[in-house]
Design a protein around this ligand. Structure first.
Ligand code: PMT
Length: 348
């Protein structure tokens, strides 16, 4: 079996860093330095899915389902608890705050209306009718104002740094660089790894430079598919080395590290979470099942497993229908981070 540190070094030396790396590293450095000076805790939150390009000049790529809901929602709750947030996210996935008005069934224009009718004697600059104002419809105003105020506070106090990635390689290079920048924070740093990271990729030496042409795809030797004319595109993927171990042991040895584990088969969830804890020796694995991830998650730590669930309709006791599970997950994570800080302070 290959030594994990060898496969990691090989990964970084054989794949090109993203062109944005120097800029993103400098941004992370400035952000961390600023919040460190203000003794503020910093969470690196990863969100959305990584892609696996099939061509160097990429037309086609392998993707996954994640829209970044978990990450974008969690970021808001971390901000509300006083953390500064580095939001390492898939480009064009959901973002904190704007998520309330994007990717929804409503177009953002559906939240708006015109106010002030044209032709009421209030003339515009060109002497014609004045342009009416565009305002938020009354029924959405209260909620939008609340979101707007939180968004402005995060912006004005520079509490949120948005750093995008697209491919699994750009994600890993940037994760490593930010983790190194965060080392000065010691155990005040928290990693909350909610991104759905590809497990397989096409290594550069097997990657097509240009768009794969259907005419160039060889005849299949394993039987023709109906309508396929005897051709099959077979994609040969290598495993992406597991970087969690490296993060725990070398990139961020003092930080609290929380990973997520996604499964589709409930019978496997606990076993897989425990396996992950054993393998990487980090602090907490939050397990979730694809179909129920918005209602329940499983917190797995050394020696314990505990479900965190939204109240069901029977025991909601008049509570809001709109409770988000991240409003329960994030305080539970922070509780554990605080416990860890106290313990380390006590032991020097
Ligand atoms: O965006 P949403 O729709 O809200 O969905 C949220 C979510 C389901 C994606 C999220 O809650 C979640 O479960 N994210 C992790 C899913 C996942 O990719 O699990 P995994 O088994 O591939 O990885 C487990 C952990 O190993 C991850 O924390 C990852 O950081 C780490 N990993 C993964 C691959 C790799 N090569 N190296 C790693 O270290």
């Amino acid at each position: 079996m290959t030594d994990p540190s060898t496969s990691e070094s090989h990964y970084f030396s054989s794949n090109p860093p993203p062109p944005t790396l120097p800029q993103h590293t400098a941004q992370a450095n400035a952000f961390v330095t600023h919040h460190h000076a203000h003794s503020r805790r910093v969470v690196l939150l990863t969100s959305g899915g990584t892609t696996v390009p099939l061509e160097n000049q990429t037309v086609r790529f392998i993707d996954n389902f994640s829209a970044g809901t978990r990450g974008a929602t969690s970021a808001e709750y971390f901000l509300s608890q006083g953390y500064a947030v580095i939001f390492l996210h898939r480009q064009f996935s959901l973002l904190p705050f704007s998520r309330h008005y994007s990717h929804s069934t409503n177009c953002f224009l559906d939240f708006l209306s015109e106010w002030g009718r044209i032709g009421e004697g209030d003339e515009g600059e060109d002497g014609g009718a004045a342009t009416p104002d565009v305002v938020v419809k009354a029924k959405y105003r209260r909620e939008m104002l609340s979101v707007l105020r939180k968004y402005r506070k995060a912006k004005e106090q520079k509490l949120l740094l948005l750093l995008p990635f697209t491919t699994v390689t750009s994600y890993l290079f940037t994760l490593r660089a930010i983790a190194r920048e965060m080392r000065c924070l010691g155990n005040e740093a928290l990693f909350y790894l909610a991104a759905a990271v590809s497990d397989f990729f096409v290594p550069p030496d097997r990657m097509a430079e240009h768009k794969i042409q259907s005419g160039d795809v060889p005849e299949s030797t394993s039987g023709a598919s109906p309508g396929g004319g005897g051709k099959k595109l077979v994609i040969d993927l290598d495993p992406v080395p597991k970087f969690l171990k490296r993060l725990v042991e070398q990139w961020a040895p003092e930080a609290m590290i929380v990973s997520f584990k996604l499964e589709t088969d409930p019978a496997l969830l606990l076993k897989k979470c425990n396996q992950s804890l054993d393998r990487y020796a980090h602090h907490l694995v939050i397990g979730n099942i694809l179909a129920t991830r918005k209602y329940e998650v499983l917190f797995v730590e050394e020696g314990s497993a505990q479900w965190v669930r939204l109240p069901t309709s029977d025991d909601k006791s008049g509570g809001s229908e709109e409770v988000e599970i991240e409003s329960l997950i994030v305080p539970e994570v922070i509780k554990r981070h605080e416990k860890m800080l106290l313990k380390r302070a006590a032991t020097g």
